[in-house]
Design a protein around this ligand. Structure first.
Ligand SMILES: Cc1cc2nc3c(=O)[nH]c(=O)nc-3n(C[C@H](O)[C@H](O)[C@H](O)COP(=O)(O)OP(=O)(O)OC[C@H]3O[C@@H](n4cnc5c(N)ncnc54)[C@H](O)[C@@H]3O)c2cc1C
Length: 413
């Protein structure tokens, strides 16, 4: 354990985003030899809204990276602003108690955050990182994944071998596909367009999510980041994009130029071209996240939370769980599908209840009239805003939307 031998390692981690870097970091801490591969060179951008919530910050603390994280350029967030297709708006402060104990949420640009995490993983003595390496697929022997092949930065084909391969290569994961699991689930896939502006008129301590008519159940967002910038974007259900032949970039421009938002952007300057990227959010039914000789984490395993779209913290959390379970399997000398299925069980025990609870918001968000009514009512009532705040603290609280007392409050109590 712990001595990389040329092209053979205990574990190959494909993808050095939040999932892969966290996984490699924990495996490195445990002394396993790890090859961490990414097709990009860090620091690299990633199309995202840049929000880091308490799932993310708690893992950073667990990793011992908290003080270094606090030195990154960032924007503190203490509230969320939601609006409905009918234009009703509600401001939801994050839980004061939680802010007091755990700090606020932070918006940190992914270029900075992912570069920071990647360097932390790379610093581990037994982690070898290779940037500019594109994984083309897994290598199998007798049905078991035993390594990967791909192209290095000079376009040379190379193969690497390991007892376990971790697929942390994002929402289009080639590791998942080549191992026989499709990471893209059409009905839960969102297509997003994102851009940075300087000079948008906004509350810099709040993230804004506007569920506009024609965009709902997707949303238009304005998330302030460091340096007076705002991360601005729109997320659309991919099935709507296809059915209605929507162009996400044009949709974003249309919303920014609309009478409702135009004045807020009148002094704003776009500082990068619009980027487009997709993600499949988590579902309510368990899917396989592993097989003989491999595990999947982060977007490759659809760990982003349904509706919320939060994926960075959940990706890191899955990377940590993957490292623990892969470590256990390696110690036991058993990397069979049965042994690695423990990872699925542990991960699902956490994300299953979150996804099921968040799916219960589906009815609300997909029915504009009900959504309008609930937000209009909630705007004048502290207890409904409190529920929204509690959901931000723990997604499992979303299940409370169906509790008799909530329904009573919503329907007129
Ligand atoms: C528009 C948008 C907005 C979002 N906003 C938020 C937000 O505000 N907060 C939040 O928490 N989550 C957000 N998410 C979700 C979040 O971005 C993802 O869930 C998160 O990035 C998942 O991390 P990951 O490490 O699994 O994958 P990624 O971050 O995608 O990292 C995968 C890595 O794998 C590498 N890679 C891919 N293919 C290969 C290959 N073949 N060979 C080698 N390397 C490869 C990539 O270069 C990349 O570095 C958003 C997503 C989108 C699309």
């Amino acid at each position: 354990m712990g001595t990389p031998d040329g092209n053979r390692f205990d574990v190959i981690v494909c993808g050095a985003g939040p999932a892969g870097s966290a996984c490699a970091y924990y495996l490195g801490q445990a002394g396993f030899s790890v090859l961490l591969l990414d097709r990009a060179r860090f620091p690299r951008d990633k199309i995202c809204a840049d929000n880091k919530s308490w799932i993310c910050t708690s893992i950073l603390k667990d990793m011992g990276l908290w003080n270094d994280f606090l030195k990154l350029p960032k924007q503190e967030i203490s509230a969320m602003i939601f609006s409905t297709p009918g234009g009703h708006e509600i401001r939801v402060p994050l839980s004061e108690e939680k802010i007091h104990s755990d700090g606020p949420h932070y918006n940190v640009r992914r270029k900075l955050f992912d570069g920071f995490l990647f360097q932390a993983a790379k610093k581990q003595r037994t982690v070898k990182a290779l940037e500019g390496f594109q994984v083309l697929g897994v290598l199998k022997e007798n049905g078991r994944v035993v390594g990967v092949n791909g192209l290095d930065f000079k376009g040379r084909r190379r193969s690497f071998f390991a007892s376990v391969v971790v697929g942390a290569d994002g929402s289009q994961s080639v590791v998942a596909k080549s191992a026989g699991i499709n990471p893209v689930v059409a009905e839960r896939h969102a297509t997003n367009a994102r851009v940075y502006f300087k000079g948008v008129s906004c509350d810099r301590h709040a993230v804004e999510l506007h569920y506009l008519e024609g965009v709902n159940p997707g949303y238009f967002w304005i998330f302030p980041v460091d340096g007076g910038l705002c991360n601005v974007g729109v997320g659309l259900r991919t099935q709507d994009v296809q059915r209605r032949r929507l162009n996400p970039v044009k949709e974003l421009t249309r919303i920014i130029d609309s009478p409702r938002f135009r004045t807020r952007f009148s002094k704003a300057r776009q500082i990068v071209p619009v980027g487009v990227w997709g993600v499949t959010v988590g579902g309510t039914k368990k899917r396989p996240f592993s097989g003989a000789g491999f595990v999947l984490c982060g977007d490759a395993a659809n760990t982003a939370v349904t509706f919320a779209g939060e994926g960075v913290g959940p990706a890191m959390r899955s990377g940590k769980i993957a490292a623990e379970q892969v470590g256990l399997a390696l110690h036991q000398g058993d990397v069979s599908a049965k042994s690695l299925r423990r990872y699925d069980d542990v991960l699902w025990r956490i994300i299953g209840p979150e996804n099921r609870a968040m799916a219960s918001l589906e009815f609300l968000i997909k029915n504009p009239a009900v959504f309008d009514f609930a937000v209009k009512r909630g705007a004048g009532r502290g207890d409904l805003a409190k529920l929204a705040s509690d959901i931000a603290s723990d997604y499992r609280n979303a299940a409370r939307i169906w509790s008799p007392s909530t329904l009573f409050k919503l329907l007129g109590g």
